[in-house]
Design a protein around this ligand. Sequence first.
Ligand SMILES: Cc1ncc(COP(=O)(O)O)c(C=O)c1O
Length: 463
Amino acid sequence: MVRPVSLKGANVNSIDLRTDIPGPVSLRWAERHHMAVPRGTQPVAPVFIARAEGAVLYDVDGNSFLDFAGGIGCMNVGHCAPPLREAAATQLERFTHLCFAVTPYQTYVRLAEELNRRTPGRFSKKTLLVNTGAEAVENAVKIARVYTGRPALIGFEDAFHGRTLLAMSLTSKVHPYKEGFGPFAPEIYRIPYGYCYRCSYSRTYPGCDIRCAHALEDFFRRSVDAANVAAIIVEPVLGEGGFVAAPQEFFQALREICTKYGILLIADEVQTGFGRTGTLFACEQLDLEPDLILCGKSLAGGLPLAAVTGRAEIMDAAAPGGLGGTYVGNPVACESALAVLRMFDEQQLARRAGQIGDWILQRTQAWKQDFPLVGDMRGRGAMRAFELVRDPDTREPAKEEVAAITRYCWQHGLIVLSAGTYGNVIRLLVPLVITDDQLEEGFAVLEAALESVCTPTVASAQN
Ligand SMILES: Cc1ncc(COP(=O)(O)O)c(C=O)c1O
């Protein structure tokens, strides 16, 4: 574990390399990083990792960190999982790259079959493999446009879909994802998400008649003709947007509206996907059958791979040669993904995600009472977050406090990430192979971090 540091008086928005970095080797590399790499890639925790195993990272100075970030939700099977290493190594011996568009290979087709079978939707499906979540979004849009012959797309406030031009245009949060990067792609419209804690219509769920979704009918009159809309793209739980889990009725309403107007429904499960919410896909819990479903991140346990799976007739709309890319569906990544699926089956990792979620709920049940900053606690399964606010009535976002907490955490051996449009959410993306003891160890640090920025309530001070 790294040395404890006091946050009192610290400027949480800037990292002082000389005093903050917990070791001389990381410090040297942080300086080299600063000189060699653009500042736009700034890390959350400037510690250089030498190796990782399960839910633990070891840095170049010999410090260890519990990993509650999982490389932003990519390490659901844990770091260096032996079955994944074995599968990747075996494929490395066979061949590393051919380009699926030149000479195909079995592992791509096998993975496509698995995803067709495992994704929600009782209809015939096909799968396209790509490299990243953003690429999955781009391709889903291409496919939706060519199938429907319509140009427009509807996304949501607080959504995140990636950093390429089209994905960034669909992304809501301006700073830092869009600032200065325009002009953006045209024909993109945005409506409020089912974010009940900050309802755009000042209503309260239940009893709000899911106004946010039904407002679409009016939107089709005021902003864009439904007949011009190719697709609505939605995250079943907002990822970067702060782990907001909209009510099931929100998705049912979207499904009905899409079906009514011939609009395709795209579920972006890049962050929710692969078991994090307690089922392989969050849509399963929502009883939602999207036309296209996207996955990435934990799909190949840290190797770059993402997928678009959808109704066969929609996926076939693009002409031969219209979809692809040099590296898409890399064979080493495909073998790793097949190993990930086997691990999910054998170790019941989706079920474990549900247990982790329950464990967190239990462990944090007093937090709202004990820490006045904790305004909302939410999520699905192991995808859990805490939204911090300075005042429970005004809900003023506590962004600086969240920055202080994430910093306190990495300085005390725990890596956690912030999220949310206001940067005031702490989100947890623990590897699903984490043990209960490791969870407890991490939550003790998180609690100490909260204590360091919170004034205790009168009730808990008396206890
Ligand atoms: C919901 C969602 N979609 C798309 C992306 C983009 O994925 P990538 O960073 O692999 O391009 C992300 C990444 O965080 C995401 O959370």
